[in-house]
Write a protein that binds this ligand. Sequence first.
Ligand code: ADP
Ligand code: MG
Length: 305
Amino acid sequence: MRIVVALGGNALLRRGETLSAAAQQAAVGDAARSFACVAAMGHQLVITHGNGPQVGLLALQSLAGPVESAMPLDILGAESEGWIGYSIELALRNALPADTTVVTLLTQTLVDGSDDAFSRPAKPIGPVYDEATAKKLAAANHWSIAPDSKGWRRVVASPEPQGILEIAVIRQLAESGTIVICAGGGGIPVQRMSDGTLAGAEAVIDKDKTSALLARQLGADLFIMLTDVAGVYLHYGTENARMIRHTSPRELATEGASFGAGSMAPKIEAACAFVRETGRSAAIGALGDLADIIIGTKGTTIAGE
Ligand code: ADP
Ligand code: MG
């Protein structure tokens, strides 16, 4: 099978841990061992990943230099693809037989410069601050900020992905048996200008949405989003919480309210978009359960109409 797997932030950094090179490599090592099992089963793997904490950290580091050296989000997104892609690639090389080919591909995702999302920044990046610190940083750096579950975070525009510039080469690599790490952080956001040229966009795209688009365009047999919960729960966070094992886009549409905006809701949207368009299955589950999710014994599988 050709499988597109999107790695959540927790695969790169366990929730609550400080972002350090050592902590990240330990988390990525766990992910790589899961992938190695799947590759050994003979499946074609295309791996995508998030970049929220990393791109936020790069933005802060970029503020340390002269004002004019602060880099826009497209460049920081490219940096984060290199950084995280390299970490995943290194861990995969350590977990896989020596003759496996692995490549990290800088990926650009086309967005529409007139997307409403540019006037409604909503995607949290970087660390969580207390309210006073967040407001001070926002005033000093012209950030938008918004409350997050445990405090306040910087928020940036997150437009809809319209296309993946490197799709043809990703397909070729996957077909040749290469494990491809691509579309990190949803891809580097670029927009088509009125003169036909491309330019970077000040945004961070949702990685689940770009991954769904990638999975559709690659004709993936299965699209999996790995995160830090065993699957999708009804009544999540209450004592009546119950994990859904199998469901369909139609059934999920009636449950919309119980899925966290900005966390589980975008995964469900991405899964349903893939399933509706391809008639194939999507799944959501925990990083360590990858092999069982593929055979359908763990996680939440979304299929049918
Ligand atoms: P990722 O980095 O993997 O994208 P997110 O934090 O965006 O992680 O999404 C996973 C989180 O979604 C879980 O840790 C959980 O707290 C939250 N969540 C919200 N609603 C639900 C739900 N109905 N079922 C399961 N998890 C949910
Ligand atoms: Mg997420």
